[in-house]
Structures are given as C-alpha cells and as structure tokens.
Design a protein around this ligand. Structure first.
Ligand code: COA
Length: 336
C-alpha cells in the first residue's frame, strides 16, 4: 500500500482558440535613427527587427489583453461569462496592484472568472499555460483564458540605444479546454528559473526596493536594463535545453516536430537554437521583424498568427519555447 496521497487523475487539455492584438502605430527602424545613434542596418543585422508596434496614449496593457482575449474566445466559441480562470502574463501591468487580469475580467465581462497575473517576463505565457493546463486538467476550473500582454514602450528608456530598438507592444491569448474527444492536447511542458542571474535583465525602479514616492523620481529608473551579450548566451543555452526537455517529455524526437514557435527576441538567437537542434529553418515561425520583442506576448502572438495563417494543422506537433528575465525559460509541445 502506498503512503503517498492519491494523485487526482488529470485529463488532457487542448488549445481551443487563439487571438492577438497589435496596436496600429508602427515605429520603423528609420524613425529610431532620428532619436538615438543607431541605424536600420545595425538593428536589422544584429536583431532581425525592422519595425515594432507602439500603443497609443491611454491604451494600456489590459486593453490590448482584452482585445486579444475577445478574439481567442470568439474563435473557441466560448462566451466570456463562462470563463472560470484568467491568467495574464505581463511585466508591464497597468498598475502594481490590482493585477491586470482583474481589469481584463471587467473589460471582457468574464465576471465569474478567478483572475490573477504571473510575472515571468518573456516566458510568462508558457508559465500561464502550464498553470492553466494543470488547473483545467485536474478539474479545478472547467476552462481557462491565458494571455500574454505587454506595453513595453512605457518601460523603455527612449534615449538608450542598447534597449529601445528591441522592444514593442502587443498581446496574444489562448482558450484552454479539456480535451474530451480527441482534437489535440498539450503533450508536455517544462519550466525553469535561475534567480542568481536576476541582475542581467530587470526593471530596477518602481518596486519596493526602489519605490516611486510622491513628488520624487525613484533612485533607479523604472525602465528596462539589460546586459545584452550575457543574456544572449544564456538564452541560446536555456532555450535549446528547454526545447529538448519538452520534446523528450512528450516521448518524441525532433523529427516529430512540425513547427517551432520560439520567443521572438533576436533572429540570431533563433538561428543559433535551430542550428543546435538540427531543425529545418523553414518550419520555424518568425514575426519579430514586424513586432520586435513583446516579452510575454511574443509566443502568444506568434501562436495566433501561425494558426490563422494555416501553418498549424490538426495533428501537427508544435514546439513553443521561450526565455526571459529572471532568468526564466519554458517550453511546451502541443499536438494540435
Ligand atoms: N545601434 C548601434 N549600435 C549599438 C546599438 C544600436 N541600437 N546598441 C548597441 N550598440 C553598440 C554597442 O554600444 C557596442 O558598441 P561598442 O563595441 O563600441 O561598445 C556594439 O554595438 C556591440 O554591442 P554588443 O552588445 O556586443 O552587440 P550584440 O551583437 O551583442 O547585440 C543585442 C546586442 C542586444 C542585440 C544582443 O546582445 C541581444 O539580442 N541580446 C539578447 C537580448 C534579448 O534577447 N533580450 C531579451 C531576452 S528575452
């Protein structure tokens, strides 16, 4: 007889719908040439980014998240009022409290949902997916709405060429449902964190360590600070490992994967991973040229675009893999 507590039986969970939203305003590399000492040639050759989207004044993370959520709900055929769990992954919340997910709950009319945020930077959407998968799979919630949303333009120093050329705004969402009659499921997922490297990429000001008090600017600014070269190296190693781990956990090999949707930070990072995985570059989804790095939104937006462009077909196995501040990393294999 086992003395272990009985593990509840978990049912498989599928992605039933996806959606995304990008602000209308396009900011090109040429525009950035006017603002800082950079060039379209430098940005394109070092990152692959050509333009990014910038939210307008008064357009917050929650507004973008809500629009992406409406589109995902619409595609899934699920009414907002029937949603039981909302998780928003973001590092650029509307406010420090309450969570951005609370604003989204109101904006879309999901009044019965439990709503909270996760902060895991660019890995956040996959962290949210894993939490939601287990919550729905265990029967604690009948469904979940997961969202990655960022207004990074509000947390970028527009005079710092090291960072301002890299980031953009946007949101992506997915509806998760129990997979009762086949029709796809999330096969595996891995998550990882290395807090020892927290200093490599952070927003130092504005939190309790360095508060923005009335009448005074925080001693350290509330903008992204990054040691790019170091982050680059960690990103390649961690994403390659996370990809292999999720594929192995699904009982598959790289040859079984039909499409890779990686975090969209830098084309050179993606190329390095794809080469190490020995995977066909044509089957890698890339949209960072249009949007730059949208952190937690990036994989979510890419998943939705890949889906709507017909690059994801029933039965396909898709590898999602991400890396970000924390440091954090995450991966998942989905059978569509
Ligand atoms: N325009 C022109 N020159 C720039 C520049 C810009 N926008 N940004 C930096 N430079 C300069 C640097 O000042 C440096 O000049 P120096 O040699 O005179 O000091 C030079 O370009 C090279 O800098 P380096 O940091 O070595 O460039 P890089 O090839 O590593 O590319 C990043 C820089 C940021 C693009 C790259 O390191 C990267 O993508 N890192 C990971 C970022 C990331 O993914 N972050 C999010 C994780 S999810």
């Amino acid at each position: 007889m086992s003395l272990e507590p009985e593990t509840p039986r978990s049912c498989p969970v599928r992605v039933a719908g996806t959606g995304s939203y990008l602000p209308e305003r396009v900011m090109t590399n040429h525009e950035l040439e006017e603002a800082v000492d950079t060039s379209d040639e430098w940005i394109t050759s070092r990152t692959g980014i050509r333009e990014r989207r910038i939210a307008k004044e008064g357009e917050f993370t929650s507004h973008m998240a809500s629009e992406a959520a409406r589109r995902a709900l619409d595609q899934a055929g699920v009414a907002a009022i029937d949603i039981e769990l909302i998780i928003v992954a973001t590092i650029t919340p509307d406010t420090l409290t309450p969570a951005t997910a609370c604003y989204v709950q109101q904006q879309i009319g999901a009044f019965k949902a439990v709503a909270f945020d996760v902060s895991a930077a660019c890995s956040g959407f996959l962290y949210a997916m894993e939490l939601a998968r287990h919550s729905v799979g265990a029967g604690a919630f009948r469904n979940a709405l997961i969202i990655g949303a960022e207004k990074l333009s509000a947390f970028v120093d527009w005079n710092d060429r090291n960072t301002c050329v890299l980031f953009g705004d946007g949101a992506g969402a997915a509806v998760l449902l129990p997979s009762t009659n086949g029709g796809g499921r999330i096969l595996s997922s891995t998550l990882g964190t290395d807090g020892a490297q927290a200093e490599l990429l952070n927003i130092p000001g504005g939190g309790s360590a360095c508060p923005a008090l009335p009448g005074a600017a925080p001693a350290r600014p509330a903008v992204l600070s990054m040691q790019g070269r170091e982050v680059f190296k960690h990103a390649v190693n961690a994403m390659r490992q996370a990809a292999n781990d999720a594929i192995a956990a699904a009982g598959l090999g790289i040859a079984d994967i039909d499409l890779i949707i990686p975090h969209q930070a830098n084309l050179r990072i993606i190329d390095a991973i794809v080469e190490r995985l020995d995977f066909n570059r044509e089957n890698v989804f890339i949209n960072l040229d249009k949007y730059g790095n949208t952190s937690a939104a990036a994989v979510a937006i890419a998943l939705d675009e890949a889906h709507r462009e017909g690059r994801v077909k029933p039965g396909d196995r898709i590898l999602l893999v991400a890396f970000g501040a924390g440091l954090t990393w995450a991966s998942a294999v989905i059978e569509w």
